[in-house]
Design a protein around this ligand. Structure first.
Ligand SMILES: [Zn+2]
Length: 165
């Protein structure tokens, strides 16, 4: 009988829900980096657009910073990038950094921004005093890994934003 099997498959798919990647998996030792290929930044932005993250140009919310991510409770938030002359590599690092905060937000089920568990270098920890920030600074060059995790993230329902600005 084919009908019961189909029904079971539907039920199983419904129970499993969209599969989320393991955000706590640390970057590989020899992954693609901003230093090697700064154009990954554009792929990151495309994934952000797919997931409904607004990326806006303007003054970041934190004074003295070049970029910020505002996490909204229950839905993905907004990345703000300062418009200033910068190298493609620095732009890639900034964008990758903010998308690590997006991954932290996804890792926290959109209810918080917990560290992913990738680890953080001591100088970054001492400088920022925040494990989440130190994690983002320590791994911001690992844009290929950030991109893969974003690509593996299912589109969130109810969080779509109009467009990339
Ligand atoms: Zn940060």
């Amino acid at each position: 009988m084919i009908l019961p099997r189909l029904l079971m498959l539907v039920v199983l798919a419904f129970d499993a829900g969209p599969r989320r990647p393991d955000y706590s998996a640390p970057p590989p030792a020899r992954g693609l980096t901003c230093s090697a290929d700064p154009t990954i930044a554009d792929a990151l932005l495309r994934q952000g657009q797919r997931l409904g993250i607004a990326v806006v140009a303007g003054p970041p919310e934190l004074p003295g910073r070049d970029a910020s991510y505002r996490a909204e409770p229950g839905r993905l938030g907004t990345i703000t990038l300062k418009q200033r002359p910068m190298s493609a590599e620095v732009r890639c690092l900034l964008i990758s950094h903010e998308f690590i905060h997006v991954l932290q937000h996804l890792h926290g089920g959109l209810r918080g921004v917990p560290p992913l568990g990738w680890g953080a270098a001591r100088p970054q920890l001492e400088h920022t005093g925040s494990l989440q920030e130190a994690e983002a600074y320590t791994h911001q060059n690992q844009a290929g890994h950030v991109l893969r995790l974003l690509q593996a993230t299912p589109t969130q329902t109810g969080s779509s934003r109009p467009s990339l600005r």
